[in-house]
Design a protein around this ligand. Structure first.
Ligand SMILES: Nc1nc2c(c(=O)[nH]1)N[C@H]1C(S)=C(S)[C@@H](COP(=O)(O)OP(=O)(O)OC[C@H]3O[C@@H](n4cnc5c(=O)[nH]c(N)nc54)[C@H](O)[C@@H]3O)O[C@H]1N2
Ligand SMILES: Nc1nc2c(c(=O)[nH]1)N[C@H]1C(S)=C(S)[C@@H](COP(=O)(O)OP(=O)(O)OC[C@H]3O[C@@H](n4cnc5c(=O)[nH]c(N)nc54)[C@H](O)[C@@H]3O)O[C@H]1N2
Ligand code: SF4
Ligand SMILES: [Mo]
Length: 755
């Protein structure tokens, strides 16, 4: 797909890099005019071994954002007479002094932070954010994870000892893919980074394999599947337990080599007992016969993989469902084997056995002040964010200073309206962001960062979620505007001001710590390398590149600091214009386990306890009570809330539509294209109706990330072309998955009527 060319350029140059918009990380071929800092065309890179020329319409987003006149390029300060540009030093000094003053007067937990999704796409952001978190040292840390994958992080931490050891479907080799609560044909695959998923599904089916989709909506992915099973939102744990029940009942449990290091299989048999297919049929809406047939097919397939995504996480039994997905894979011998669910091996080495920190489970070490919700991995649930800020709920102990990093929680977290009002009460707020959106407009200071075209990058997070191992360096395309700073740099500067250090000293400290982690450890590939020798090879230039080079060279595919060796180093990676393919996923268990004793406990206590909640819900279930519930929806040209200001992506008809099944439309008197009022306990919004038989009866769907109606934001294109309504005004902060605190964004009880 070529983008429009306004005027021919005298000197186009070709640059290859990966697309930093979604997890697929497709290889792009950009034609650019460096002098004018303009992208002339964007194409899929045919020579990229991962994406082979594939791209989606969002591939043009990078250039749209870079060129956007609404984007923030210099620090801004809010004042009574409007927004004023500031000098960087002045801005950072103000941020530091105000946050410190709050900390001194009210304690360290009076400063909170929210971290949003795009941080995951920034090498420097990912490398430096832990340091920022340590410097702030606050119990009030929140992120988009509790609207996303945190239940999976929790189940992975409990099963494998590492929150990011997430089994990924080996989609290219499997014979059977059972997908629940994900729509990879649109989302482009999440916790399954695989460019052109649709084609991979077609390949699966043409080699005789099967794709089965379990989803309340007949999605674009379901349309490519052999079978679609509509499921009542929030009931995946019942369904998965019924599969487990059948596996035991029919003697189909066969974990194979996993049995040697697994515990708890008999406990699973006992736990699954009450959840027979007949017992769960009415609550899930899936017939008992279909569940039995599926369990048999799955167990009989030469290889099979069960996969769950957002729909299985952001629901009332998110942690149980996330766990049971892995349980089904283990019991059928499909975990950690080709064609099953496998663990990627990042070239940067963070999942190598010798890097383990041996820390105890980071769970419930502290709790939120108002509701007493448990921390996990240093984070509290976003569902508690507003109440922790409000004087009326948190009193003197409230959050008074707040930092947002690459996030728009007014549109992306529960009860956006309550959060919006809470932000107004803050004493000081700073946003590290490139837009003044519905959230950052409440900041006193906005600190912008370089765009992806202005800094180099490495696909750090998504090496760990990819369906084949890979390493990918992306060069900087344009010089950053004078004074512009990248995300890692801004985080370090703020951290430095919080603990009276310099950014340089913090960088050196981080580097020293990482050297000690990756080099000279007994039993590791770099056991013989001294820290001094590694330090000498890596040079004295501070920044993310030095840290990355360290990790790559010490990593599983690295050159171990030997310049004559074959292995990877940053210098070598920089010379390759495409992704470097590091081969198919390979078995990594039991070596990769970071659990106590190095065993796989399939029935950890926190999960076993939560099964009681599931059992109660089964007992309390009433046959079709006719209540409507709301689920979400992702669409090709959106990326959460933040690409609606790119004209090429915002164009077309309004996309924030309420999907309603024909049965419900008839029953409720709703008409195609007419506005409907949607109400929940948390709030109400109005959206136009699309009647669609994609929806199962009693379930309606509204996409999130819309609601660009705040005149104080500066998103002129979004406000004009795709304003929409904020679905998270309906998301109820009181509805959470108990163990993880993750919000119920799917399965919210609502009432709908003509507006
Ligand atoms: N109802 C409902 N709510 C949901 C979901 C759902 O399915 N349903 N999904 C949830 C999920 S999975 C997620 S990940 C979250 C996302 O939630 P958020 O991360 O809070 O929201 P985004 O819309 O991704 O906002 C991204 C922000 O980062 C900024 N940004 C983008 N690039 C850069 C950059 O390079 N530097 C800086 N400094 N800033 C940048 C943008 O301007 C924007 O403000 O939403 C969640 N909310
Ligand atoms: N185009 C586009 N791509 C994106 C994004 C985007 O906003 N737009 N966002 C990115 C982000 S941040 C993420 S996290 C990923 C998410 O990636 P996915 O999880 O693949 O994306 P969703 O479309 O949210 O898929 C969730 C599915 O769960 C279904 N569902 C809802 N409730 C239930 C339930 O109770 N049970 C079951 N079984 N299914 C249910 C929904 O109908 C929906 O089809 O996508 C990423 N890619
Ligand atoms: S699929 Fe994702 S990575 Fe690939 S071009 Fe589209 S937005 Fe970019
Ligand atoms: Mo996400």
């Amino acid at each position: 797909m070529a983008s429009p060319r306004p005027t021919p350029s005298p000197n186009p140059e070709v640059v290859h890099r990966s697309c930093p918009i979604c997890e697929a990380c497709c290889g792009l071929r950009l034609e650019v005019d460096r002098a004018a800092a303009r992208v002339l065309s964007v194409r899929g890179d045919e020579d990229d071994p991962r994406s082979r020329g594939y791209l989606c319409p969002k591939a043009t987003a990078m250039q749209g954002i870079h060129a956007d006149p609404d984007r923030i390029r210099r620090p801004l300060r809010r004042s009574a007479s409007g927004w004023k540009e500031m000098d960087w030093e002045e801005a950072l000094a103000l941020v530091g002094s105000r946050l410190l003053a709050i900390r001194e007067a009210h304690g360290k937990d009076a400063v909170g932070t929210y971290i949003g999704n795009p941080l995951g796409f920034s090498l420097s952001g990912l490398l430096y954010v832990p340091m920022y978190v340590r410097a702030l040292d606050s119990e009030r840390l929140f992120s988009a994870a509790t609207m996303d994958q945190l239940p999976k992080n929790l189940s992975s931490r409990l099963l494998f000892g590492d929150a990011w050891a997430i089994p990924i479907p080996d989609v290219d080799r499997t014979h059977y893919l059972l997908a629940l609560g994900g729509n990879p044909v649109i989302s482009q695959g999440s916790l399954m980074s695989a460019p052109n998923v649709k084609q991979r599904f077609a390949a699966l089916r043409s080699r005789g394999g099967r794709l089965v989709v379990v989803d309340p909506r007949r999605t674009e992915t379901a349309a490519c599947a052999d079978r679609h099973l509509p499921i009542r939102p929030g009931t995946d744990a019942f369904f998965l337990f019924a599969l487990v029940h059948v596996l035991f009942d029919e003697d189909r449990v066969n974990p194979g080599r996993l049995a040697a290091f697994s515990d708890g299989i008999e406990t699973l048999r006992r736990l699954a007992e009450p959840f027979s297919p007949d017992a769960v049929a009415s609550v899930t809406g899936i017939e008992a016969g279909a569940i039995r047939a599926l369990a048999r097919e799955f167990a009989a397939a030469p290889s099979a993989v069960c996969y769950g995504r957002v729909g299985t996480c952001t629901q009332r039994f998110g942690t149980l469902a996330s766990w049971l997905v892995d349980v089904v894979n283990v019991l059928t011998g499909n975990l950690d084997r080709p064609g099953g669910a496998m663990f990627p091996r990042p070239a940067t080495g963070q999942t190598e056995p010798h890097v383990a920190d041996g820390a105890p489970l980071p769970y419930a070490r502290w709790r939120s002040r108002v509701r007493g919700l448990p921390e996990f991995d240093g984070q509290l649930p976003v569902a508690a964010m507003a109440e922790e800020m409000e004087a009326e709920s948190a009193g003197e102990d409230r959050i008074r200073g707040f930092v947002t990093v690459c996030g728009n929680p007014v549109l992306s977290t529960p009860n956006g309206e309550r959060l919006r009002r809470a932000l107004e009460q803050l004493e000081f707020m700073v946003s590290i962001d490139i837009y003044r959106n519905e959230t950052t407009r409440y900041a006193d200071v906005i600190l912008p960062t370089t765009t992806q075209l202005e800094h180099a990058n490495y696909d750090f997070l998504f090496q760990g979620t990819a369906v084949r191992n890979f390493a990918r360096w992306s060069p900087r395309v344009f010089e950053a505007s004078p004074g512009a700073r990248d995300l890692g740099c801004v985080l370090t500067e703020v951290a430095a001001r919080m603990n009276g250090a310099t950014a340089e000293a913090l960088d050196d400290l981080l580097f020293g710590g990482m050297l000690a982690t990756f080099v000279g450890r007994p039993g590791s590939p770099c056991a013989d390398v001294t820290i001094e020798a590694a330090r000498a090879k890596l040079g004295a230039v501070r920044g993310p590149e030095r840290l990355l080079d360290l990790m790559l060279r010490a990593g599983p595919f690295g050159d171990r600091f030997d310049d004559t060796a074959e292995g990877l180093s940053l210098a070598k990676l920089e010379r390759v214009p495409h992704a470097v393919d590091l081969g198919p996923l390979e078995p990594r268990l039991p070596e990769m386990l970071r659990t106590e004793g190095g065993r796989l406990d399939l029935a950890p206590e926190i999960l076993v306890e939560d099964v009681e909640r599931l059992r109660r819900a089964l007992a309390e279930h009433r046959e079709d009570d006719g209540r409507l519930v709301l689920i979400g929806r992702r669409q090709m040209r959106d990326m959460n809330s933040w690409l609606h200001n790119v004209p090429g992506l915002a164009k077309g008809r309004d996309r924030c539509r309420l999907l309603v099944s024909p049965v419900d439309a008839e029953r409720l008197g709703l008409r195609e294209g007419e506005p409907a009022k949607v109400r929940s306990r948390a709030g109400a919004v109005t959206a136009r109706v699309t009647v669609s038989d994609e929806m199962m009866p009693s379930v309606v769907s509204l996409p999130h990330g819309f609601g660009h109606v705040d005149p104080a934001a500066r998103l002129s294109v979004a406000a004009a072309m795709q304003p929409g309504a904020n679905a998270n005004q309906l998301c109820d902060e009181n509805l959470i998955d108990a163990p993880s605190g993750t919000s119920v964004a799917n399965g919210i009880p609502v009432e709908v009527s003509p507006a």
